[in-house]
Structure formats: structure tokens, C-alpha cells
Design a protein around this ligand. Structure first.
Ligand code: SF4
Length: 265
């Protein structure tokens, strides 16, 4: 039940920005920028992290969650086969890059099955759709693009839910703020909540957006776009802000700040 959310016009929220390079803005780019502006600039210059077992596991688990809604509950005896089909269909190239062995894949399937057992037990009241992709011309050469895991209806309004397969939720606030902004742009309504939930632990980060908070996010995203454009036009670097995320930053090898942080951490 994937739903592409698109808008066949120009929203124009970024028309007023100083003109510059056209690029896609996603929750991932916005989060990267807030953590370390130089890492976000690196993404626009084509430096993406290499695929990892952890990211592959998360992506495959999300396909399994979507299959649950599209085709119904997956039986235990079918689980491995369903994982193989999903992996082959969506992540064949990634598996090749990871040089994944059969035993390695089987171990991942077992981990995902344990996650799926927890996932099935979650309440799904008011479920509307899963994997809601958006692709929005936001004006000024900026496309806002990405995907929300799921949307639910509740008595208070729409709930946007992002399922996490890891246990680390402390850095999810900006992603939820971004989704709330997108929902407002596409539907002209403020979602009641935007939530990130760890399927592994049940822990939940919960945001209750307001008109003001959505406008503040829009302004922050606009400021990011201008900062990135300036750096690209002048060929300068942006601030490097080291943190635990340096461990998987594609710029780490040539980044003294990041290497120092990794040593300390
Ligand atoms: S290694 Fe760390 S400090 Fe350096 S660019 Fe990447 S995220 Fe920023």
C-alpha cells in the first residue's frame, strides 16, 4: 500500500531564497546539516556513506513491515523466503557490495524476524498507509523528497510514524520536524503528532507540531539551503561539527576533526 504523495504545482516556499544550485532536500540532508554542515555539503557533492550491514538490515526490515500491510501477516514458515524476495528485488546491488554470504544473510533474517514479532504486536488502530513517498517542487530550484514510514488517523488528527529498527532515538527530532513541515505543505494541515518508535525497545520520541514550529522548521531549512548554496558557489567548506556520527561519515578519512572525535569516543 505505497502511496506517492506528490503535488503537481509549485509550492514556492523557497522562491524568496538567493538563487543558486538546484538540489533535492530530504530529512536526511537536513539532519546531516544540523549535526555537521560539512557532512551535508559532502552529500551534495556526491559523498555518500558506503552501504553497511546495519543500514541494509534496517532497509530490509522496513520492506518487511510494508509487506505486512500490503499482503497481510507473514507466516513464520514463509519469512525467510519473503526476505529473500524483498532483498533480491530491492537491494541486490547492496548485497553485492556487502559481499554477503548465505550464512550472513540467514543471520540477518533471524534478527529481522525477531523485530517483526515485536512489530506485529504494535497497535495499528487508524492505519491509513505505509511508505508514503513525497516529491514536491518547493520553488527556487528545490525539490523536497523522501518517504514517511506510515500515517495513521486518530481522533486528534493525523499521526506520522517512523519505525526505527535500532535503539538510538535521541537524534530523530529534526527528522520528525521535517516530516511535519512536508505534511503541512502537501495537505495544508498540521499533523497531530510526528513520532519515531524503536521497534526493538518500544521507546517513542513524540513531537506535537504547531503552526509556529512548522514555520520555524521551514525557515531553518531555507537557511540551510542558502548556506549550502553559498559554499557550493564559493568552493568553501562549512563548519565541521564532530560527533559519534563521524564513524560512518564518508568524509572521515580526510577530516581531522572527525578522526580526533573517533579517537576520543
Ligand atoms: S567526519 Fe565528522 S566532523 Fe568531519 S565532516 Fe564528517 S561528520 Fe563532520
Amino acid at each position: 500500500m505505497s502511496h506517492a504523495l506528490s503535488y503537481d504545482g509549485v509550492v514556492g516556499i523557497f522562491d524568496h531564497l538567493a538563487s543558486g544550485g538546484s538540489f533535492n532536500v530530504s530529512a536526511t540532508l537536513y539532519t546531516a546539516y544540523l549535526e555537521c554542515p560539512q557532512r551535508a555539503l559532502g552529500r551534495l557533492q556526491g559523498f555518500y556513506g558506503k552501504p553497511s550491514i546495519a543500514s541494509f538490515k534496517g532497509q530490509l526490515a522496513h520492506k518487511i513491515f510494508a509487506t505486512h500491510f500490503d499482503e497481510g501477516e507473514i507466516r513464520d514458515e514463509d519469512f525467510s523466503h519473503v526476505c529473500r524476495v524483498a532483498a533480491g528485488t530491492h537491494f541486490g546491488g547492496t548485497m553485492g557490495e556487502l559481499r554477503m554470504s548465505k550464512s550472513g544473510f540467514d543471520a540477518i533474517v533471524l534478527e529481522i524476524q525477531a523485530l517483526y514479532d515485536r512489530f506485529k504486536a504494535l497497535p495499528f488502530d487508524g492505519f491509513r498507509a505505509t511508505e508514503m513517498e513525497f516529491d514536491l517542487d518547493a520553488g527556487g530550484g528545490i525539490t523536497v523528497r523522501g518517504s514517511m514510514d506510515a500515517v495513521f488517523d486518530s481522533d486528534d488528527g493525523v499521526r506520522i510514524v517512523d519505525w526505527k529498527t535500532g535503539t538510538h532515538l535521541s537524534d530523530k527530532q529534526s527528522q520528525l520536524e521535517f516530516y511535519a513541515m512536508v505534511w503541512k505543505l502537501l495537505n495544508d494541515e498540521i499533523p497531530a503528532t510526528a513520532e519515531a518508535m524503536s521497534v526493538a525497545t518500544g521507546e517513542n520520541v513524540h513531537l506535537e507540531p504547531t503552526e509556529e514550529s512548522v514555520l520555524a522548521t521551514q525557515a531553518d531549512v531555507g537557511a540551510m539551503i542558502e548556506d549550502l548554496r553559498r559554499a557550493m558557489a564559493t568552493g568553501t567548506d562549512l563548519e565541521r561539527r564532530a560527533g559519534p556520527y563521524c564513524a560512518w561519515c564518508p568524509l572521515l578519512e580526510d577530516c581531522a576533526e572527525g578522526r580526533k572525535a573517533i579517537e576520543i569516543l
